[in-house]
Design a protein around this ligand. Sequence first.
Ligand SMILES: *[C@@H]1O[C@H](CO)[C@@H](O)[C@H](O)[C@H]1NC(C)=O
Ligand SMILES: *[C@@H]1O[C@H](CO)[C@@H](O)[C@H](O)[C@H]1NC(C)=O
Length: 134
Amino acid sequence: MNRLLITSLMIFALTTMCEGVFWGITHVKVINGLEPQSDVIAHCRSKDDDIGVIQLRHNDSFQFQFRPNFWKKTLFYCSFVWPGQVQWFDIFKHSRDDCKFCTWSVRTGGPCMYNYTAETFDRCFKWNKKNPVY
Ligand SMILES: *[C@@H]1O[C@H](CO)[C@@H](O)[C@H](O)[C@H]1NC(C)=O
Ligand SMILES: *[C@@H]1O[C@H](CO)[C@@H](O)[C@H](O)[C@H]1NC(C)=O
């Protein structure tokens, strides 16, 4: 085989492998859907990344993206602070969430995930227990 063909085959194999390893990029969007309406201060982090402290007015949102790791261990968690409340939630947990565009409405009782088929926030979760040990 000539060198060029071998090189092309290797590049092809490597590209295919990398796509498999990285699974592309996951986007997480968080909307302030609190009722009664209130600003919320969100702080999302993973073991390796800190998205920063973000203040959201009612209906405002922010997004972040990342490449989940191959072993489905990626975990991003957020604190949400609004008057009289401090809550925590695992905003992306690869073992639970299999979305590429994960859109959440933060509600008083806990966040609800957007279902793009049903066009509604139909998967609602309870807040994490407080004082997380991450
Ligand atoms: C917030 O968004 C919801 C859903 O899109 C909409 O029905 C509502 O009118 C919005 N509220 C405000 C104050 O913009
Ligand atoms: C999204 O909505 C569709 C249609 O109602 C439903 O069949 C599907 O199970 C929902 N997906 C999830 C992940 O709940």
